[in-house]
Design a protein around this ligand. Structure first.
Ligand code: PMP
Length: 373
């Protein structure tokens, strides 16, 4: 055959994810940890390589790892599901609850994977924009939409290009929000949880850097799922380990749609070794928080620079009158994420907080001289 049938039209419209390997010394574009695993954990990884039965399938539900994760939150292993990165759990969530005729509500500017997972699963994607100054979740409009059911189409500010039918069955609130760094007040999350029986996914991928969590609300709310990842706080972006917390009966549909051996045995074992040495990572989070404040202060002192308040391991910032800030920083040897392409954050870049030396490189490459220079 010299041809192949096209895929579903909604898949044909998608763009494959790919990024070229970085070519500059300072890479602060994907919110990774600036540091590899701590030496004691790396030593343990070497032991694990020798001991692992590579010929055997992994534990399909990662029992030992789930138990260790649950213990960090005072929850049982049955309150945890492990995924091949948080991204996989997002997709599983949309597979289980989404689909044609259903919709998911989120609050842009936000994480691109929400829309992508909706597209892949044929789920309608409904957006209500965050406040254009504070980037807070538009809580009144969200509650109105969730309580108004099908009347949501009339809600001001909602963009319905990919909207599904009826009230959303999933609401995603990212806190701290990627890319703005905005924390959603706990009271607002509680209002969402009370306003609807839709699944409220609170994406806490960066919560270790804010110190705030709503995981303790799981007991109270059957519709709460909290998403977490090892990629950032535990220096494990290369192995793909994420997890979600929720009541066992709430998580049950995710277990039905997930691939049987979604988390490989090596990643399970290494993630467990990370948790056994959690204190080594916690010291790093304190450094990242302190460096975030130092970097924010230094950049804010540069003329024309606006830095959004951030509770995460990145800063979202712009310089008045500079159109291609990311390009300018790249010329200075620093790779950041250009988030200014959409309509929400014109001119902004997202800079991951790196090591002190990397942050110094950002400050040096940033346009304009600081007040004390
Ligand atoms: N949520 C948010 C907000 C993120 O930024 C990311 C990573 N970029 C994820 C979830 C998923 O992370 P991972 O798949 O690496 O666990």
């Amino acid at each position: 055959m010299d041809r192949v049938v096209p895929p579903r039209p909604d898949v044909a419209r998608l763009v494959p994810y790919d990024v070229p390997p970085p070519t500059v010394p300072v890479v602060l574009a994907t919110n990774e940890s600036p540091y590899n695993l701590p030496p004691p954990v790396l030593a343990r990884v070497h032991e694990l390589v020798d001991a692992l039965a590579f010929n055997r399938y992994p534990d399909p539900t990662a029992r030992a790892l789930r138990e260790a994760i649950g213990a960090r939150y005072g929850l049982g292993a049955d309150h945890v599901i492990v995924g091949n990165g948080g991204d996989e759990i997002l997709l599983d969530l949309l597979l289980a609850w989404g689909g044609p005729g259903r919709s998911c509500l989120s609050f842009p500017p936000g994480f691109a994977m929400y829309g992508i997972c909706c597209d892949v699963t044929g789920t309608g994607y409904v957006e209500i924009e965050r406040d254009t100054e504070t980037f807070a979740v538009p809580i009144e409009a969200a509650v109105e939409m969730l309580q108004g059911g099908a009347a949501r189409q009339a809600v001001a500010g909602s963009s319905d290009e990919r909207g599904g039918e009826g009230a959303p069955v999933i609401v995603i609130a990212c806190s701290p929000n990627n890319p703005t760094g905005t924390l959603t007040p706990r009271a607002d999350i509680e209002r969402l949880l009370a306003a609807t029986d839709a699944v409220v996914l609170v994406d806490e991928a960066y919560a270790e850097f804010s110190g705030e969590t709503v995981t303790d609300l799981i007991d109270e709310h059957a519709n709460l799922i909290v998403l977490r990842t090892f990629s950032k706080a535990f220096s494990l972006a290369g192995l793909r380990v994420g997890y979600a917390l929720g009541r066992p009966e709430t998580l049950a549909p995710l277990y039905k749609v997930k691939m049987p051996y979604n988390e490989d045995a090596f990643a399970q074992a290494v993630a467990l070794a990370c948790l056994e040495n959690a204190q080594l990572f916690e010291a790093r989070w304190a450094e990242t928080r302190a460096e975030r404040e130092r970097l924010a202060e230094a950049l804010s002192a540069k003329p024309g620079t606006t830095v959004l308040p951030s509770a995460a391991n990145y800063l979202c910032a712009r310089v008045e009158g500079v159109g291609d800030l990311a390009g300018l920083l790249l010329d200075g040897g620093v790779l950041v994420r250009d988030v200014g392409g959409g309509r929400h954050l014109r001119g902004y870049v997202r800079v991951t907080v790196g090591s002190p030396a990397e942050n110094d490189a950002v400050i040096a490459a940033w346009p304009g001289r600081g007040e004390d220079e």
